[in-house]
Design a protein. Structure first.
Lengths: 139, 281
């Protein structure tokens, strides 16, 4: 009896995201989970940024940071607490370049930080970093 | 000549490592153990052999582990391990005949007269070869881990007391220390980034255990590995796992790099009792 239920859930998910063109950020009931990110196509830039941020093989930002954002998907696993929660970014980073620099190579601002240098070590592409910054500047 | 200087400044202590300007192992031990004493004031030195289970940040999950320890899943495996340890070779000799000439488990690893680093894993294979038996190839899991566990458990409750008194030993020590504190891999972590700087913090769902005590419970029997059909793991299996997690190329088990690291960690554990094998989640 278990399998059909799982399949049904998967079916709904596919329906939802298979046909989705954009997820309007402000009105999104819930942001996509990592799995949903993988399947989704034609996401808007901000949601693409969210997806890069939460995907383990990409930004994996949740390993260290909670992110304070509306529409947090319920089944996303808990975030780590090595870094501070990412909050009020758009108020605190008036200078987009400064925020981008923090993600590109955090060791410039603090040589002892454990935050990986995502740009310098080519963990993420330049475009992926741009998308993450797009996303961060909405929170 | 290139002078390598690695500076690591952490909450509570600063440490400058420069070629030819090392602190003595004795100072290092005091500083390293002192750091954890300050960071986790309620945790007794002896309990660090229980790994991450001992940290207050892991308290909720410790209950699970304690429940598991009432009937440790490795019990049957340890019976097998003891039988393997006691089983005579074709020539009638046993592992004990070799190991009675070696130091106690609390002094492993050690540097021999030739300046080579000798681990229990290495000495098990030496013993096999010396007695005309085939050495064990898999140095990460299975029989090798069981044999090491069968040897080390005989010294449970005794305190680690590795010897760093010779110039050759000091060289190994310096090498291990440097590896421990140097960042590696695409994600740019050192062992210390996680197990010193962030001990007790959460990386996603995992609590990072203290570097102190690491090794005193090894080999371990681990639930995660059990699910993959290979429950036992040597210390070097664990090292390789941590390297891979930060996208650093792991070294080979029993490589000079891992032997040096094991030696450095064993020195830091001076005074902590052995507790072998251990259960991990």
């Amino acid at each position: 009896m278990r399998k059909p239920i799982v399949l049904a859930v998967l079916g709904v998910t596919t329906l939802l995201f298979g046909s989705m063109v954009t997820i309007p950020q402000a009105s999104a009931a819930s942001l996509p989970t990592e799995k949903q990110c993988k399947k989704a196509k034609n996401l808007d830039q901000v949601t693409q940024g969210w997806c890069v941020a939460i995907t383990r093989k990409k930004g994996n930002c949740l390993a260290c940071h909670a992110i304070e954002v509306k529409g947090w998907p319920k089944d996303l696993p808990a975030a780590g607490n090595i870094g501070p929660p990412l909050v009020s970014m758009k108020d605190r980073y008036k200078d987009r370049a400064k925020l981008r620099a923090q993600v590109w190579d955090s060791t410039v601002a603090n040589p002892e930080t454990v935050m990986p240098p995502f740009g310098r070590n080519k963990i993420l592409t330049e475009t992926e970093i741009d998308r993450i910054v797009d996303f961060l500047l909405t929170i | 000549m290139k002078r390598l200087i690695v500076t690591v400044t952490l909450t509570g202590f600063a440490m400058v490592v420069a070629a030819g300007a090392w602190a003595t192992p004795k100072d290092d031990i005091a500083q390293y153990q002192g750091y954890y004493k300050k960071r986790f004031p309620g945790v007794a030195l002896q309990s660090y052999s229980d790994g991450v289970n001992v940290l207050p940040q892991y308290a909720a999950r410790r209950a699970n582990w304690e429940l598991l320890m009432e009937f440790p899943p490795y019990e049957a495996e340890m019976d097998k391990a003891r039988a393997e340890w006691a089983k005579p070779f074709a020539n009638g000799k046993t592992f004990s005949d070799c190991f009675k000439n070696n130091p106690p488990a609390t002094k492993y690893p050690y540097v021999d007269a030739k300046g080579d680093m000798r681990s229990v894993v290495g000495d098990v294979n030496r013993c096999l070869k010396a007695n005309g038996e085939k050495p064990i190839k898999n140095l990460k899991t299975g029989k090798i881990a069981r044999l090491v566990a069968a040897f080390k458990e005989q010294f449970n409750g005794q305190k680690m007391a590795v010897n760093v008194n010779s110039p050759a030993a000091l060289k190994w020590y310096d090498r291990g220390k440097k590896i421990y504190w140097t960042r590696r891999g695409q994600l740019n972590f050192s062992c210390a980034s996680c197990h010193v700087q962030n001990a007790g913090n959460q990386i996603r769902g995992d609590v990072l255990g203290a570097g102190l005590g690491q090794g005193t419970g090894f080999p371990v029997y681990r639930t995660k590995w059990m699910l993959k059909g290979k429950p036992w793991g040597t210390l070097h299996r664990r090292y390789a796992g941590c390297n891979k997690n930060v996208r650093a190329k792991p070294f080979k088990p029993q490589s000079k790099e891992y032997l040096a690291l094991e030696f450095y960690q064993a020195v830091m554990n001076t005074g902590i009792s052995l507790k072998v094998p251990s259960q991990r989640q």
